[in-house]
Design a binder for this molecule. Structure first.
Ligand code: ATP
Ligand code: MG
Length: 195
């Protein structure tokens, strides 16, 4: 039974090396047994702004990303729960699943800056230790009423948005996204199919 569990939530549309480097380094720094890359079912804060890749496809991409990486797992709690994804609910489901485990909510500072817009953010702060990593070009102020633990990770200016644009316009994807993830992209014909 894992005792120290990191919850790293995201849309992962697609997962990239910024996510992986962050997860591996936070796991090491905080001596977590596992970091779960939790795939958001319906990311309610993004829903209206663009077309999101179906959750099962994003889950398959994250599974490919973490396969053979020690201590990283793809999470489907939010997909199985259905409906919009709220971290507060996910934490209480994880607490039921792993009684007595210590939970850590891991976010990049762009996501941390919007923390008080999260549904029941106070519950998130009560149920877990908040962990923030720097994200290049995204300097955001952390809400001060909560204690945040900062973990230093290599700063990689990589985003899923940029990768989707690269799939579109043909710029190189090499070293930004891992080969097993690209394989699933090809198999499932995602992001325009081609490469
Ligand atoms: P998009 O561009 O579609 O928003 P993204 O690259 O921001 O995608 P998300 O799935 O939105 O990826 O992010 C999930 C989590 O990963 C967030 O907490 C985000 O801050 C963090 N994250 C994403 N990219 C990086 C990165 N390069 N370095 C550190 N953290 C990152
Ligand atoms: Mg994002």
């Amino acid at each position: 039974m894992p005792q120290r569990i990191g919850l790293f939530g995201g849309t992962f549309d697609p997962p990239h090396v910024g996510h992986l480097v962050t997860a591996v380094n936070v796991r090491h720094a905080l001596q977590l047994d596992v970091v779960v890359l939790m795939v958001a079912n319906v990311p309610w804060q993004k829903e209206r702004s663009r077309e999101i890749t179906p959750a099962e496809d994003r889950f398959a991409l994250v599974q490919a990303a973490v396969a053979h990486v020690a201590g990283l797992e793809a999470g489907r709690t939010e997909i199985d729960h259905g409906g919009p994804s709220y971290t507060a609910d996910t934490l209480s489901l994880l607490a039921e699943q792993y009684p007595g485990a210590e939970l850590f909510t891991i976010v990049g500072d762009d996501a941390a800056g919007g923390f008080t817009t999260w549904d029941r953010y106070d519950e998130v702060a009560a149920r877990s230790t908040l962990v923030v990593v720097d994200r290049p070009g995204q300097k955001a102020e952390l809400p001060r009423q909560f204690p945040w633990q900062h973990v230093e990770v290599p700063h990689l200016d990589v985003s899923s948005t940029d990768l989707r644009e690269r799939f579109n316009d043909g710029r190189p994807l090499d070293f930004l996204i891992t080969e097993p993830v690209l394989e699933v992209v090809r198999q499932r014909g995602l992001y325009g199919g081609g490469r």
